[in-house]
Write a protein that binds this ligand. Structure first.
Ligand code: SF4
Ligand code: SF4
Length: 231
């Protein structure tokens, strides 16, 4: 009979306007701004020419502490290669019932194929939807993330420009003396991104740092590739 006490609590609240559940979008004045480095759901990126960056090496799966990535590599067909490497990831799955968004997979990837978008508002009504497949993770023909029915992209204009932003410091060891040296490979939809600035308060880079730099690339183009307004 103890459960009747619980019903009494409910009955006492009937007719009262005091609401406990709040809609954070409507009641809190809209969504908050997403930090540049928020870890959201992943994307699989492609080069500017459309080739897939993933080479099926399985390093991301090996480093994942939650064991939620499943990758199978396969040799590229010689007449229609999918990636510039010898192999490509022909099966790629992430189980979001297990992912803890630690980003170790992003750090481990040698080609920047896998990065995390800023999207974190997604929910599932069945377990199958929670396992994202290669087709769902791969960016579309414009280089932008696919929008799946159970994801909330209502603030896409704010979060898409930062999609695929690489989480790792753009300079080796996070050294600010390398700021201004492009370390990104060209990417469909976004081109070559400039490095993030202001990661550290270290003094400006010296010529010595320039000479010893192992960063690949030229000086930054000045401005990022404009994000296409149509999306
Ligand atoms: S973010 Fe972490 S837990 Fe999620 S897939 Fe990557 S390595 Fe695994
Ligand atoms: S996403 Fe990166 S680390 Fe994972 S299999 Fe593809 S190339 Fe390798």
């Amino acid at each position: 009979m103890g459960y009747l006490g619980g019903f009494l609590v409910t009955l006492r609240q009937i007719g009262k306007r005091q609401r406990v559940t709040r809609n954070y979008v409507k009641d809190e004045g809209g969504k908050s701004e997403k930090p540049m480095r928020r870890h959201g759901r992943h994307v699989l990126n492609r080069y500017e020419d459309g080739m897939e960056k993933c080479i099926g090496c399985e390093l991301c799966a090996g480093v994942c502490p939650a064991r939620c990535i499943y990758v199978r590599g396969e040799d590229n067909p010689p007449d229609a290669p999918v990636s510039p490497g010898e192999r490509y990831g022909f099966v790629y799955e992430i189980n979001y019932l297990r992912c803890i968004h630690c980003d170790l997979c992003v750090e481990a990837c040698p080609t920047e194929a896998i990065t995390e978008s800023k999207l974190f508002e997604f929910s599932f009504t069945n377990r199958r939807d929670a396992i994202y497949t290669r087709d769902e993770l791969l960016v579309d023909d414009e280089g932008l993330p696919k929008r799946l029915p159970w994801e909330d992209w209502s603030d896409a204009a704010a979060i898409v420009p930062n999609t695929s932003a690489w989480m790792r410091a753009t300079a080796p060891n996070g050294d600010a003396s390398y700021e201004g040296r492009v370390a990104w490979s060209g990417e469909l939809g976004f081109g070559v991104r400039p490095p993030e600035a202001g990661q550290s308060a270290s003094p400006p880079r010296s010529e010595t740092a320039r000479e010893t730099s192992d960063v690949i690339g030229d000086e930054p183009p000045g401005h990022p590739e404009p994000w296409r307004a149509a999306h």
